[in-house]
Structure formats: structure tokens, C-alpha cells
Write a protein that binds this ligand. Structure first.
Ligand SMILES: [Zn+2]
Length: 71
């Protein structure tokens, strides 16, 4: 990938891979109702969005993030 191209992707910029261990970071990409926010809003690239989804599901399974929030 060309590094000179600017991306809006949070994980590309930080040169990180979404991990279930970093709950604070992942929580930024989850909405008020505990839903995963779409790529068109957060600017995360396809590759990282896929990993993010898996990470969020893992954190939910561990009980670190809720599955749903009723408002
Ligand atoms: Zn990315």
C-alpha cells in the first residue's frame, strides 16, 4: 500500500490492528446503543473494519462491552 496516500482510517494512521484487549479503543467505534458503527461514518478501511468487527464480538463475549443497550 502507498504510504503517502492519506487515509481516514484510525487503525492505518496509528499503524495498529484492532484488538479485543484494547477495549477503550474499540469502544470508540461502537454507538450509544452498543452497535458497531459503519465504515461510512468512521472512515475505517475495509481491512480494519473486518478485524474490528471480530474484536468487538470478542469483547462482547468476554463481557467487556454490552451486546445491546435499551434507551
Ligand atoms: Zn485501515
Amino acid at each position: 500500500m502507498n504510504k503517502k496516500v492519506k487515509t481516514n482510517c484510525y487503525f492505518c494512521e496509528k499503524n495498529k490492528i484492532p484488538s479485543y484487549k484494547e477495549v477503550d479503543e474499540i469502544a470508540k467505534f461502537v454507538s450509544e446503543r452498543a452497535r458497531i458503527v459503519g465504515r461510512y461514518k468512521t472512515g475505517v478501511c475495509a481491512k480494519h473494519q473486518r478485524k474490528l468487527t471480530i474484536a468487538v464480538k470478542r469483547t462482547r463475549h468476554l463481557g467487556l462491552l454490552p451486546f445491546s443497550v435499551k434507551i
